[in-house]
Write a protein that binds this ligand. Structure first.
Ligand SMILES: [Zn+2]
Ligand SMILES: [Zn+2]
Length: 488
């Protein structure tokens, strides 16, 4: 008996080109199969052969088609993957036969999206590990398993691989399985030039296996500075002496918060009070602007002035500094929403593209460039508009925009909402090179999302940004001075 939503289960099955509606209904009626994972297992075991029309070839074809769909679907936001990963890791650590276990792979590197969770385990008994994994509340099914590796799918379709490694090889396997593949490949070349080789069994100097007690030993052996897992994506981006990782406690305040005034779920006072409870020195409120009135309840001029008054009242009640801002739409012609007489009243203005995304690269770049030149634009919001997992960035010459922003004194947002993480970390080396600044903003639409700035910290760490690059690591009395409008 299945407790899943049967209709949506059958709909999923019907996505398979070789199955279709009739056959999907048949496997549901006869075998009670309602998920792709269940169908996959049945096909692998060739259990459907008793049904008319289900040849071995068809079942093989279905396995292929399921794997294609799963590949497309297996994109998890870092927030979801972190939550699931931590739950599963602590479950595994509590299994009696397990001596130690760690998260590796994309999640350890804090990648912007996670395709699958990878965990390594040192256990005395892989069979008992397998039995216990099957009892994990979120367990859905085994994809495959052998003496050293268990591949499972969790109930929310997150894929997970659990590798059993010996105590002796633990450090080495941890390093290799943290990746990225591209990074390891580059490091292999460096190692080779110094007489070392990365083999399946371990790190070798000539014929001699190097004893490793920590990952630092690998770098030490190669004469390199230790690189944090977050920074192991593209070898060339992070080399040499490494600044320490930024930590979320360094964030002094946040910009880019929405309330019930526009499309947030909490009241202004709830957001202010929650930000104060987090220990922040300041919160910048920035609702949607008038041209987004239909789309996201953007504020007409009168409502902006109304909010100012409420902020002034709240400011008397709360210690946290409340900055008056707006997320003004960058209109199709590059102008900012509202006229200057309003724009100049704010403590800060974020400018964002929220509509007409499908412009060609040149037109979009010109549109945003024009906005950057507006004297009242302080922060460029989510500069590419991407929404993970499925909505790609709009076409824009991002390097040019980031360079121009630096020249004009516009702060670029590192939007830390887990579905955005925009700027992408691949652009951050340019921020470093220009010695310009980003603001790590949660784009919070609820109290719960205020702390989303944490995800932005990980992204900043991936390119070794430092405190000096993050405007909101400045205290309340200094932060506004980094904005264009307060510099003249
Ligand atoms: Zn926005
Ligand atoms: Zn926003």
């Amino acid at each position: 008996m299945t407790t899943k939503n049967e209709t949506s289960g059958i709909e999923k099955l019907m996505q398979l080109p070789s199955l279709g509606q009739k056959k999907a209904q048949l496997v549901f009626d006869i075998f009670d199969i309602t998920s792709l994972s269940e169908l996959d297992l049945a096909c692998r075991q060739k259990r459907l052969g008793s049904l008319e029309g289900f040849s071995d070839q068809l079942q093989d074809k279905l396995i292929e088609e399921i794997s294609e769909i799963k590949k497309r679907e297996a994109i998890n936001l870092i927030s979801d993957a972190t939550h699931e990963g931590n739950l599963l890791l602590s479950y595994i650590k509590n299994i009696k036969s397990v001596k130690k276990a760690d998260i590796v792979g994309q999640l350890r590197r804090k990648a912007e999206v996670i395709n699958y969770l990878s965990i390594i385990v040192n256990t005395a008994d892989i069979d008992s590990l397998k039995n216990e994994i099957e009892k994990y509340p979120n367990f859905e099914n085994f994809v495959s398993s052998n003496d050293t590796q268990i591949e499972i799918t969790l109930k929310n379709e997150i894929h997970c691989s659990i590798a059993s490694v010996s105590e002796q090889d633990y450090v080495y396997k941890m390093f290799i399985s943290t990746g990225s593949n591209e990074y390891i490949e580059s490091l292999k070349k460096v190692a080779l030039n110094k007489g070392f080789s990365f083999k399946n069994e371990g790190l070798y100097q000539g014929d001699k296996k190097v004893t490793l007690s920590s990952e630092e030993d690998i770098y030490k052996a190669l004469g390199l500075n230790y690189i944090f897992p977050e920074r192991r994506e593209i070898f060339e981006i992070n080399t040499g002496v490494q600044p320490p990782l930024l930590v979320k406690e360094k964030i002094k305040g946040i910009f880019h918060c929405h309330t019930q005034f526009s499309d947030g779920v909490n009241t202004l006072e709830e957001m202010v009070s929650a930000a104060q409870a987090l220990g922040l020195e300041y919160i910048g409120i920035s609702e949607h602007s008038a041209s987004s009135e239909k789309l996201s309840n953007g504020l007409k001029k009168s409502r902006v002035l109304e909010q100012f008054k409420i902020i002034e009242v709240l400011q008397k009640k709360y210690k946290i500094k409340i900055f008056k801002g707006i997320e003004s739409d960058i209109l199709i012609d590059g102008k900012l929403d509202y006229d200057d007489s309003i724009l100049k009243k704010f403590d800060f203005v974020i400018g964002s593209v929220h509509a007409q995304f499908d412009l060609d690269k040149n037109t979009m770049t010109k549109r945003v460039q024009k906005a950057l030149n507006n004297p009242y634009l302080d922060i460029l919001g989510h500069p590419t508009g991407r929404m993970m997992p499925h909505m790609p960035a709009y076409k824009i010459d991002l390097n040019l925009i980031v360079t121009e922003a630096a020249k004009l004194g516009v702060v670029v947002e590192l939007n830390a909402a887990p579905k955005r993480l925009d700027l992408d970390w691949r652009v951050l080396p340019l921020i470093k090179m220009l010695n310009s600044k980003v603001s790590i903003n949660p784009d919070a639409h609820s109290v719960a999302a205020l702390e989303d700035y944490e995800w932005g910290i990980h992204i900043a760490n991936k390119a070794s940004l430092e405190e000096k690059h993050i405007v909101n690591m400045l205290p309340a009395n200094l932060v506004l001075k980094t904005f264009k409008r307060h510099q003249a």
